[in-house]
Design a protein around this ligand. Structure first.
Ligand SMILES: [Zn+2]
Length: 126
């Protein structure tokens, strides 16, 4: 993500992990396939306005979003679990589509709080 990172030229073609380019629309469509995940994304977009940017900067099929107390509550509302759980780090799965997500709180050494969530649940990815 740093500006001095050189673009990597892809030479291996046999092991193709197709470089899928996501947009806000395709990410939204992927989440909308599951009611819980669709609910989560709609809620997220009401809390933070950085979704379009996050959707254009996905990494290996993961969406990186802002994490905050409202997002924590939204996650528990969407996927179940304990809303009062004040975990520093948490990993969960959507009970319906098995989409994985993980978040961690900001750390003392300056790492921002972040939520990573799979764009497409693995078992439907082909
Ligand atoms: Zn889901």
């Amino acid at each position: 993500m740093s500006p001095d990172e050189k673009p990597v030229r892809e030479t291996r073609s046999t092991q193709s992990t197709e470089a899928v380019v996501y947009t806000a629309e395709t990410v939204t469509a992927a989440f909308a396939a599951c009611p819980r995940c669709g609910f989560f994304l709609v809620g997220y977009r009401l809390i933070h306005d950085d979704f379009p940017q996050a959707a254009s900067q996905t990494e290996g099929g993961w969406l990186q979003l802002s994490f905050s107390s409202p997002v924590r509550r939204l996650l528990h509302k969407s996927y179940g679990g304990r809303a009062d759980l004040d975990a520093y780090h948490y990993e969960g799965t959507c009970p319906d589509c098995h989409r994985l997500f993980a978040y961690h709180e900001a750390t003392e050494d300056g790492q921002p709080a972040v939520l990573r969530i799979q764009i497409k649940p693995r078992h439907v990815t082909r």
